[in-house]
Design a binder for this molecule. Structure first.
Ligand code: ADP
Ligand code: MG
Length: 563
């Protein structure tokens, strides 16, 4: 199965021609497994697959193969979490359908005027790629007719849910025709996805390509342990130590993303950032420069980085460890693509060693504890990098010929030895100076048992407390507001002192955070209790990787890495 070719998948010749042009030689595992199923058996499909496994072609090619290009009704609806991903999918479909000129595709996403999208819909594209919010909006306005849809794709379904699109998804799916083919892709399979599958899909075939994802085996995992206050210095040393670095640096919040990028730029590094507080135009511009390698380090939030399609990153750097295993997998999958080697580096503090252990266990990959390079090592590395460049630089004889006599004359009183010393120093003094007397940034990992929980945990609370996130089946529709939720929690858990973190109220449900270590008590106190006559259900939720609801709190919860 793995070595099958696109021809053997019996795709239309127009598609094969386009794939050939794109340099797609053979299908990725997810493609070779899902394409035959979707074309031949015409069944529904759920696939567990990580970023970079080639999902777009896996669902687009069967759609293009089966679509009736002479029929101008909307036939395929692809839902994806962000504008960037929608545009990327659109672009890919345009490329795949290069030789099927009657097929047209359009992207629908928020944050931009709806008028142009309404006009595009009037041209009756057969394939619609949209974010759930804007798509539903256009359906409700009567501008998008999905009664003729035959193919529905939920791309990055888990991400759509964690971005709060659950209700929109339900509303859209509920109004699609019952006769259709549905494909769902997700990197993880939380309960809510199972619910959607059970409700809207017909005996779907399930497949998982996580273990076959070649790209991740090209990634090696490294981590550096340091003191909290030295995180930024460690990042700089890593950049200095790897002069050819081409990397995404992941931060947790938009603010931190901006701050780290600002500092890097002030300190003379080739860096910039992308996050949700920037305008679309700013983000596009940064991405363009990053793609063209005019920026070496792109500092980004997870959400903003989702649509980044760059294949040759040397490193992914976790400025902070992400809150969930899934996010770690997503981040690390950004490097080591297209058969290149990549390194996923995490900077951790001395108390986060257990998180690395958990990651190591679940991913079943070795994680190497590296020493933060000291000044001497960095200077050495830079020196030899320079020497290397001198050795390999191509000399443009003609262009420099006219200057050489003057240069030679000016340098004539220097011996070869002096010349070398000076030339090395020109580039080098700033490193020597900067790193003279630079300290050791390594921090010994604390063993978890050995640490004084009470003191250690509480003390850091104000700055970076650890919270567990809970789901509750009450929302604004139940007239719940933050104050009432806090009262409800406090009353139910009377007599206990604990911190309440961020609260995220949705229409029919909400999320809230309570200091870590109170999971049992919280569940016991709230589950089955009543609010305005309604029975309460509370469950531990996956941590939320998004900026909005947690801008003020950096979470570090121990149960983040549960599968
Ligand atoms: P995912 O959606 O799973 O994150 P994509 O569909 O965006 O992954 O594909 C990741 C990258 O791999 C893209 O640059 C895409 O063009 C490339 N790619 C996908 N399938 C193939 C293939 N069969 N051969 C070569 N490159 C491929
Ligand atoms: Mg994708």
């Amino acid at each position: 199965m793995i070595d099958i070719t696109f021809e053997e998948l019996s795709l239309r010749p127009e598609i094969l021609k386009a794939l050939d042009k794109l340099g797609f030689i053979k299908p990725t595992p997810i493609q070779s497994q899902s394409i035959p199923h979707l074309i031949e058996e015409h069944g529904d499909l759920i696939a567990l697959a990580q970023t970079g496994t080639g999902k777009t072609a896996a669902f687009s090619l069967p759609i293009l193969h089966q679509i009736d290009e002479n029929n101008r009704s909307s036939q395929a609806l692809i839902l994806s979490p962000t504008r960037e991903l929608c545009l990327q999918i659109c672009k890919d479909i345009v490329a795949f359908s290069k030789f099927l000129p009657q097929i047209s595709v359009t992207a629908l996403y928020g944050g931009t005027a709806i008028g142009a999208q309404i006009r595009e819909l009037r041209d009756r594209p057969q394939i619609i790629v949209g974010t759930p919010g804007r798509t539903l909006d256009l359906i409700n306005r009567g501008k998008l007719d999905i009664s003729t849809i035959e193919y529905v794709v939920l791309d990055e379904a888990d991400e759509m849910l964690s971005m709060g699109f659950q209700e929109d998804l339900d509303a859209i799916l509920a109004s699609t025709p019952s006769e259709k083919q549905t494909v769902l892709f997700s990197a993880t399979m939380p309960k809510e996805i199972r619910r959607i599958a059970a409700k809207y899909m017909k005996s779907p075939t399930e497949l998982s390509v996580i273990s076959e994802n070649k790209s991740t085996s090209n990634v090696s995992h490294e981590y550096y342990s340091t003191y909290e206050k030295n995180r930024y210095k460690v990042l700089k040393r890593l950049a200095d130590y790897n002069p050819d670095i081409y990397s995404i640096v992941f931060c947790r919040t938009r603010r931190e993303t901006q701050q780290i990028a600002d500092k890097l730029m002030q300190d003379g590094y080739s860096a910039d950032c992308t996050h949700g507080d920037l305008s679309q135009a700013q983000r596009d511009q940064v991405m363009e420069r990053f793609r063209k390698k005019k920026i070496q380090m792109l500092v980004a939030t997870d959400v903003a980085a989702r649509g980044i399609d760059v294949n040759d990153l040397t490193h992914v750097i976790n400025y902070n460890l992400p809150d969930s295993l899934e996010t770690y997998v997503h981040r690390s999958g950004r490097t080591g693509r297209a058969n290149k080697k990549g390194v996923c580096i995490s900077i951790i503090n001395a108390r986060e060693g257990h998180k690395i252990k958990t990651l190591q266990k679940i991913l079943d990959k070795p994680f190497e504890l590296k020493q933060v390079p000291d000044g001497t090592e960095i200077c050495r590395r830079r020196l030899f990098n320079l020497i290397n460049e001198v050795q390999t630089v191509s000399v443009n004889e003609e262009e420099i010929a006219e200057f050489l006599p003057e240069v030679e004359e000016k340098l004539s009183n220097l011996s070869r030895e002096d010349l070398i010393k000076r030339f090395v120093s020109v580039e080098f003094n700033r490193f020597l100076e900067y790193y003279s007397g630079a300290g050791d940034l390594n921090a010994d990992l604390e063993s978890r048992k050995g640490r004084d929980r009470g003191r250690g945990d509480k003390k850091s609370k104000g700055k970076a407390g650890s919270y567990t996130r809970y789901f509750i089946n009450l929302g604004k529709d139940n007239n719940l507001n933050p104050k009432e939720l806090i009262t409800l929690i406090n009353q139910s858990m009377r007599g206990q002192k604990f911190g309440i973190g961020s609260i995220d109220l949705q229409k029919s449900f909400s999320f809230f955070e309570i200091e870590e270590g109170y999971e049992k008590e919280t569940l016991k106190a709230l589950k089955g209790a009543k609010f305005r006559g309604r029975r309460i259900n509370v469950e531990i939720a996956n941590p939320k990787p998004k900026g909005a609801a947690r801008r003020k709190k950096k979470k570090k919860s121990n149960n983040k890495y549960r599968k």
